[in-house]
Design a protein around this ligand. Structure first.
Ligand SMILES: *[C@@H]1O[C@H](CO)[C@@H](O)[C@H](O)[C@H]1NC(C)=O
Ligand SMILES: *[C@@H]1O[C@H](CO)[C@@H](O)[C@H](O)[C@H]1NC(C)=O
Ligand SMILES: *[C@@H]1O[C@H](CO)[C@@H](O)[C@H](O)[C@H]1NC(C)=O
Ligand SMILES: *[C@@H]1O[C@H](CO)[C@@H](O)[C@H](O)[C@H]1NC(C)=O
Ligand SMILES: *[C@@H]1O[C@H](CO)[C@@H](O)[C@H](O)[C@H]1NC(C)=O
Ligand SMILES: *[C@@H]1O[C@H](CO)[C@@H](O)[C@H](O)[C@H]1NC(C)=O
Length: 741
């Protein structure tokens, strides 16, 4: 349900999203859950609980209240605790030695088959089966429904020896198997009552993402015949570890951080997080903190970029050690078209599982069905709740302006609902009964037709699959630049996130709405939530060939081999990142841009984090003033290049330093190929890199020069590629202007 809300909220009523609203049910109204983050684990871990307790006693001034206020001690992979605090206690703690940050725990939101074929990974793809079965993909999500055919463990051996995680019990959970080897839940903020805690997925989102990343082959999977094909994940032989951190009210920071703490210590290889919220300082963002520690331990974290597009500067989860994923379309679209009684045909986009029982139905609209004694504030044209007369809609197809009218019409006994959308109709949403979404202009045609006759009629057809040009970035996918570090190009990459068929949970229905009785094994969903596990699966696939590659190397391989997106040229890389993933090519990238923890640290220093905070995050003494060299825009060896200029008048002049590591052929020569952004000059020195052995590193310098950007442009886009004829190692170069966000 959360995923659908997310997409609907962001697509149709952006302002409803309120990330600050606490969903936390506390018996003490004033105390609120806070996270006290203390960075790296100290050498001596035994006394962590005591340290946390003592800090709390000092801040609160009362041992008993301190004990009752503590929610959780983090301490398997990093140091910190969660507690219910009053604002002044939080302030007092934040001033203490050894504490990086103290921040309110907030609620974050949750943000196929064909999709893997579309990415060039056919069912017969060459796999490193043995290594793949040792890969563990962790998902921080709504849990998992293990009985799904996508998690059938026939042919799987016992979990890899490195696995230290566990399988919890509760509710209707039937236990783990050799496919889903771990299932834990985190309910530290009491999002649900203790008797409601369970690792089982009652939402569908977690089952969908887990099966997209690593589900096994399931033939003839479909949603009532829609999108039929063989469902599978990116790494069908890999293992799944599920960490349930999202409940019906959302995903709490305290739980997300606890799940990272556990997953890193449990021995997982890749972490997939389809959760997002408003962006905040890296030291106060549990996903940035958790993924930093994961990265230090060699674990890549892949995150959804957010569903707040097409607006600029909405990208979430943008820390440079995270792989941030935009959602793209695949080469099919779901049409649920309309035919009117006068023969007019109207194109509709929806997941409508219902075939019309009797052809034409009488047609009306919300305005003509208004209940004049009903809800005074309701908008009848939009079919708002309480605004319509039962007798006017019963047995009819109703045209409602805007989204969401279908539940109201359905509850009043309507035969079906036609809804309109101002946004790009690139995403098909499930309707609760017969229904579809059309453009606003086509909606006016329907109104006109209704006005023109006393016997208006219409039929809405069941969804059929239509080929479509692809990939394009989905309209809802969040756009860059990142507000926190604008010179790092974010999102990083795109992957399919529109109309994705994957496994679903038996404990919910297609829409999750009241009155929906369709329990399904596979469902169609859209969101950057769906794109994220595609990249997690692809990263796991790369890791099965290169088990020792660093998280940054895996990320670089996926980015530099991705395919630039061409369909909506105006959107450029601020929508798509480097391009659409191409997992097969990413196994052989030739060169990688590697980044170690040290570089992330100097990046943090440059971002203005204080030495003491940086030291605590890294666990080593660090002096930010020691960074003297200017190493690129943000001091990072990033596989893409982004320069943000201050205004249209500024002359463009910037130097970027990069180092590539040879992971291709020992003796090889790479020549640079530059496509300069229009009107700019790009000089790369040296422009030939000669390697004599594997793992050899070579550095180069990129100089970007030009007159100011013209006023009518807000970005310029180009690229730089290293090529040895076998490999093409491509990095986008983007220069962008500030926009008025
Ligand atoms: C188990 O599932 C059934 C059917 O969906 C539901 O009615 C019941 O409340 C669930 N039990 C628990 C403990 O969650
Ligand atoms: C109109 O609205 C009123 C007040 O909500 C309600 O009692 C009544 O049943 C509605 N009429 C019809 C025909 O649905
Ligand atoms: C009713 O809702 C529609 C669709 O959201 C909107 O276009 C229209 O302006 C609204 N009408 C009123 C009177 O608020
Ligand atoms: C349909 O008729 C209503 C009521 O007379 C009017 O307000 C509306 O503008 C008409 N719509 C169209 C598209 O002609
Ligand atoms: C910072 O640089 C100074 C002077 O070069 C050196 O003595 C010190 O060890 C450095 N500190 C750290 C934490 O790197
Ligand atoms: C950090 O380094 C600078 C310059 O190297 C030095 O002046 C300063 O004292 C150092 N600070 C700490 C806390 O070591």
């Amino acid at each position: 349900m959360l995923s659908k809300n997310l997409v609907l909220f962001t697509l149709f009523s952006l302002c409803i999203l309120d990330f600050d609203r606490p969903s936390y049910a506390s018996d003490d109204d004033e105390r609120q859950p806070y996270i006290v983050y203390m960075g790296e684990l100290p050498e001596d871990r035994i006394s962590l609980m005591d340290v946390h307790h003592n800090l709390l006693v000092q801040a609160i001034g009362d041992g008993t209240i301190a004990r009752n206020s503590k929610i959780h001690s983090y301490g398997r992979s990093f140091n910190g605790f969660a507690a219910r605090l009053l604002p002044h206690e939080a302030r007092r703690l934040s001033q203490k030695e050894g504490i990086v940050s103290v921040f309110r725990s907030r609620t974050q939101n949750l943000l196929t088959t064909r999709s893997w074929d579309f990415l060039g990974m056919s069912e017969k793809l060459k796999r490193n089966q043995q290594a793949e079965s040792n890969i563990i993909v962790a998902l921080l999500d709504t849990g998992v429904w293990v009985e799904s055919p996508s998690f059938n463990d026939v042919g799987f051996g016992p979990p890899p020896l490195k696995w230290k995680g566990k399988c919890e019990e509760g509710g209707n959970f039937t236990g783990c198997n050799n496919k889903v080897i771990g299932a834990q839940y985190f309910n530290l903020a009491h999002s649900v009552q203790p008797y409601e805690t369970t690792p089982v997925d009652t939402d569908g989102h977690g089952t969908h993402t887990a099966s997209t990343a690593a589900g096994v082959f399931v033939e003839r999977a479909s949603l009532y015949g829609i999108a039929e094909g063989t469902a599978r994940g990116g790494v069908p032989s890999a293992r799944i570890a599920s960490y349930k951190v999202c409940w019906p009210s959302g995903c709490e920071d305290v739980d997300i951080l606890a799940a990272f703490d556990a997953a890193i210590a449990d021995g997982v290889d890749i972490i997939s997080v389809s959760i997002g919220g408003a962006s905040r300082s890296f030291t106060k963002d549990p996903i940035a903190i958790g993924s930093f520690h994961a990265s230090r331990k060699g674990i890549l974290t892949v995150c959804a970029a957010g569903n707040e597009g097409p607006y600029e500067a909405t990208v979430q989860n943008a820390a440079p050690w995270i792989m941030t994923v935009a959602a793209s379309t695949i080469d099919r679209q779901f049409h649920a078209d309309v035919k009117l009684g006068n023969g007019e045909k109207i194109s509709g986009i929806a997941v409508n599982t219902f075939a019309p029982e009797k052809g034409f139905y009488p047609l009306t609209n919300g305005a003509q069905s208004k209940n004049f004694s009903g809800d005074l504030y309701g908008n009848a044209s939009a079919c708002d709740y309480g605004s319509l007369r039962t007798d006017k809609v019963k047995g009819k197809i109703v045209y409602c302006q805007g989204a969401g009218g279908d539940t109201v019409v359905q509850n009043l006994g309507g035969a079906g609902t036609i809804m309109s959308s101002n946004d790009d109709l690139d995403t098909a949403f499930a309707t609760i009964g017969i229904g579809t979404y059309i453009s606003v202009e086509d909606g006016q045609r329907i109104d006109k037709y209704i006005n023109s006759t006393r016997s208006a009629r219409a039929v809405v057809y069941k969804t059929r699959t239509v080929e479509a040009p692809a990939p394009a970035v989905a309209s809802f996918s969040s756009r860059g630049p990142s507000r926190l570090s604008p010179n790092i190009l974010k999102p990083d990459i795109s992957a399919p996130g529109v109309n994705i068929l994957a496994a679903y949970s038996k404990f919910t229905t297609v829409t999750g709405e009241e009155g929906d009785k369709r329990v399904v094994k596979f469902n169609v969903e859209s969101g950057t939530s769906m794109a994220c596990p595609h990249v997690a699966g692809a990263a796991a696939y790369i890791k099965s060939f290169h088990p020792r590659w660093s998280p940054a190397a895996i990320k670089s391989a996926l980015m530099t081999t991705s395919k630039p997106m061409k369909i909506k040229p105006l959107e450029a890389e601020l929508a798509s990142g480097s391009g659409e993933i191409n997992p097969r090519a990413a196994v052989h990238p030739g060169l990688v841009y590697d980044i170690g923890t040290k570089s992330y640290v100097s990046f943090l220093c440059k971002q203005g984090y204080e030495s003491k905070d940086v030291a605590l995050i890294t666990g080593k003494n660090y002096n930010c003033s020691n960074i003297t060299q200017a190493i690129g825009a943000d001091g990072l060896n990033y596989p893409s290049i982004h320069l943000k200029v201050d205004n249209t008048d500024s002359v463009i002049s910037a130097v970027f330093y990069r180092t590539v590591t040879n992971v291709g052929i020992g003796r090889s020569t790479y020549v640079v190929d530059i496509e300069p952004p229009e009107g700019l000059s790009v000089e790369v020195t040296p422009n030939i890199l000669r390697f004599f052995r594997l793992h050899q590193k070579k550095s180069f310098k990129v100089m970007l020069k030009g007159k100011s950007i013209q006023k009518n442009m807000w970005y310029l886009s180009g690229s730089l590629s290293w090529s040895d004829s076998k490999h093409h190692v491509r990095s986008p170069i983007l220069v962008s202007l500030p926009t008025d966000y």
